[in-house]
Design a binder for this molecule. Structure first.
Ligand code: LMR
Length: 392
């Protein structure tokens, strides 16, 4: 039977990791996959997480199963950070632990499918795994342009997409730090998004994978909360991979908000079935470490401080690129200072992206997406020189 299977291309972004590792140039620059790096180019374990892991290892007396919902202490500890004053929506919200943001999205979209969703509206470009999951589930997507060439959200395109959609459809929204463009809605735009989504009756599915890496923990959740405050139903796919640096431990949560607590509880029974058939029960270690951080005031302050340092470093790299706009005109560097998070897209042709890789050892996604955190005070000058060389 196995000879019936067609060859699949390697995931382009993950393949880039291998290409980068195989390059023996000492001054190569990795702006590919979205992991945070320090100014030394390292992706260390958060100090707060290390301390929590020490406590976890010392105190853990069993690794017996917890159930398909995972560590509910972890899920409950996230709630104030994610939803703030909305709390548990008066009992209309429930959540579960899942393996990473992808696990959350998988269950959210499979739940939407089970509930009979029509199309899932999605700004284009989006994180490539969104459409891959939809395709795998056999759920239709409908694209609208996420951003204008000037580097701001394309509200006209969003209005048209929502005018053409209705109850029975869903919309995928990036809560903050839009992947891949870095172009988030402003507060005023989020207010309009909330209005339009409420009027149209579509179900919002909000991907919040970078909370704290944009403007701040509260600031990065504010737009999402404005939408959730207006809507009877929604789902939030949350990832701790980036804001706790727990990438390979696969830590995330799915939150479901229903019209009433009975609807939510019934939806959750479906989510548990979906978890059971996908991974049965989520891995524990990373979620338990994140819980220990969030349950301890001192560790929470340490964690939020580390997150603040990451944010400040990325902001400095963004500002440095923006002020180098005249060195490589036409690539859109000037707008990077207003964008958020790990990613932005440079207006590069496929040939320029290839030249950057082959001639300058600069690795980025084929879309022209760069991981801002791959830039350091040691390599940003060389990166700007390389951009100037290919742009000229
Ligand atoms: C990215 O977009 O680089 C990250 O979200 C990592 C991933 O899994 O693609």
């Amino acid at each position: 039977m196995l000879d019936q299977l067609e060859q699949q291309p390697a995931d382009a972004l993950l393949a880039l990791i291998k290409l980068f590792n195989a390059d023996d140039r000492a001054d190569k620059i990795d702006l590919g996959v979205g992991v945070y790096r320090t100014d030394d180019g390292a992706t260390p374990v958060f100090a707060a997480v290390k301390k929590a892991e020490e406590r976890l290892v010392a105190g853990q007396d069993s690794k017996a199963y917890l159930g398909p919902e995972g560590d509910m202490g972890f899920v409950h500890a996230l709630v104030p950070h994610v939803f703030g004053p909305l709390g548990d929506f008066g009992g209309r919200m429930d959540g579960m632990q899942v393996p990473g943001g992808t696990g959350a999205l998988r269950i959210a979209l499979a739940l939407a499918k089970k509930a009979g969703v029509g199309r899932v509206l999605m700004g284009n470009p989006s994180w490539p795994n969104h459409v891959q999951i939809l395709n795998d589930l056999g759920v239709a997507s409908a694209n609208f342009r996420h951003a204008t060439p000037e580097g701001v959200a394309d509200m006209e395109a969003l209005r048209a997409a929502l005018a053409d959609a209705g109850a029975g459809d869903a919309i995928m929204l990036h809560g903050c730090c839009h992947n891949p463009t870095g172009i988030d809605y402003t507060a005023a735009q989020w207010a309009e998004v909330a209005d339009m989504v409420a009027t149209s009756g579509v179900l919002p599915i909000i991907d919040l994978a970078y909370q704290g890496l944009g403007q701040g923990m509260e600031e990065d959740a504010a737009g999402m909360r404005a939408v959730l405050a207006r809507l009877p139903e929604a789902m939030v796919a949350y990832s701790c991979d980036k804001n706790f640096g727990l990438y390979r431990d696969r830590v995330g949560a799915l939150f479901v908000i229903g019209k009433d607590s009975a609807d939510t509880a019934r939806a959750m029974t479906n989510a548990y079935v979906l978890a059971r058939v996908n991974w049965s029960q989520p891995p524990d270690h990373g979620g338990a470490a994140a819980r220990i951080v969030m349950e301890d005031e001192g560790l929470t302050a340490l964690w939020l401080g580390e997150l603040g340092d990451m944010r400040a470093r990325m902001r400095a790299m963004r500002d440095a690129l923006a002020s180098a706009d005249n060195r490589a005109p036409g690539l859109g560097l000037a707008t990077l200072g207003e964008q958020n998070g790990l990613f932005s897209i440079l207006r590069l042709t496929p040939e320029q992206i290839l030249r950057l890789r082959e001639e300058h050892g600069v690795y980025m996604a084929g879309s022209g997406r760069i991981n801002i955190a791959g830039l350091t005070s040691g390599n940003i000058g060389r990166f700007i020189d390389a951009l100037a060389a290919v742009a000229g």
